[in-house]
Design a binder for this molecule. Structure first.
Ligand SMILES: *[C@@H]1O[C@H](CO)[C@@H](O)[C@H](O)[C@H]1NC(C)=O
Ligand SMILES: *[C@@H]1O[C@H](CO)[C@@H](O)[C@H](O)[C@H]1NC(C)=O
Length: 249
């Protein structure tokens, strides 16, 4: 097997018996100098993501389906939504069905920009919340389901070179995301200590105002999830030299 490795074919180099089904031949190869580099990456990244469904233990890449996140705290202090929310045991479903619609790699400046679309991303978590939405008090403790339909995400990865043992690694120091869902469906179980009538009414109310509710919470979600995406990316980028991720020749 030639050691001229391609995007994410590093998986095969570091493969353990657990992931022995992943081989170099399975991955799309992209070369830095290829005039179609961006087109190539557009195909290769979602493909790699699907192959990471169950995670890669040797690289500490967690399973992607679902992706577990410990906790997120949301504090929205002003405007029509004043609310404190705590989410724990978060599971994100649907990320591995993500497609990239745009990829702009500027490797000289260690900058990657990409737009993705996820047909359906479900955010399922234990929640506790208390606050006010459009003057209505809301409180509860149960399971939340926040489903984003046709979620467009704009990713902006700002990297820097880190040289170690003569190899250059592309460490991502800042990872920014913007979420633009076409539609958001919210469901919170056990609102108002399980009062069914109040709970059903509130869920209905939240969904008829889902644009407003989501916009107030969006920034907190973006901040938390971008740090998750950054960690996952760096688990790979800090371990695999840049010229093995983006082929030099
Ligand atoms: C979450 O909500 C969506 C949209 O209503 C639904 O399709 C999905 O089955 C729900 N998921 C869970 C785990 O309840
Ligand atoms: C990302 O990694 C840092 C450093 O290892 C850690 O402190 C932080 O909790 C991680 N964030 C998430 C969301 O996993």
């Amino acid at each position: 097997m030639p050691i001229r490795c391609a995007l994410v074919c590093f998986l095969s180099i570091v493969s353990t018996p657990n992931i022995s089904m992943i081989t170099a031949e399975d991955f799309t190869r992209c070369r830095q100098k290829d005039s179609k580099l961006n087109e190539c990456l557009k195909m290769a990244v979602p493909d790699a993501l699907r192959r990471m469904k169950k995670g890669i233990p040797s690289l500490s890449v967690p399973p992607m389906e679902p992706l577990h996140v410990n906790s997120i705290n949301v504090d929205s202090g002003s405007g029509p939504v004043v609310i404190t929310q705590m989410y724990k045991n978060i599971k994100l479903h649907g990320l591995t069905n993500t497609l990239l619609t745009l990829y702009k790699a500027d490797l000289k400046n260690y900058r990657l920009r990409t737009d993705s679309i996820t047909p359906k991303m479900e955010f399922i978590a234990d929640y506790i919340m208390r606050g006010r939405i459009l003057l209505l008090p809301i409180q509860g403790k149960g399971v939340a389901n926040i489903t984003m339909v046709n979620l467009v995400v704009k990713h902006d990865l700002i990297g820097e070179p880190v040289v170690r043992d003569g190899e250059t690694y592309m460490h991502i120091k800042d990872y920014r995301v913007k979420f633009i869902p076409q539609k958001v469906v919210l469901y919170f179980s056990n609102l108002f200590n399980g009062d069914k009538v109040l709970g059903d009414n509130m869920n209905e109310f939240l969904n008829s105002n889902s644009d407003l509710v989501f916009n107030e919470l969006k920034e907190s979600y973006e901040k938390s999830l971008s740090s998750v995406f950054q960690n996952v990316t760096n688990e790979i980028f800090d371990r695999v030299p840049m010229n093995k991720i983006f082929l030099e020749e």
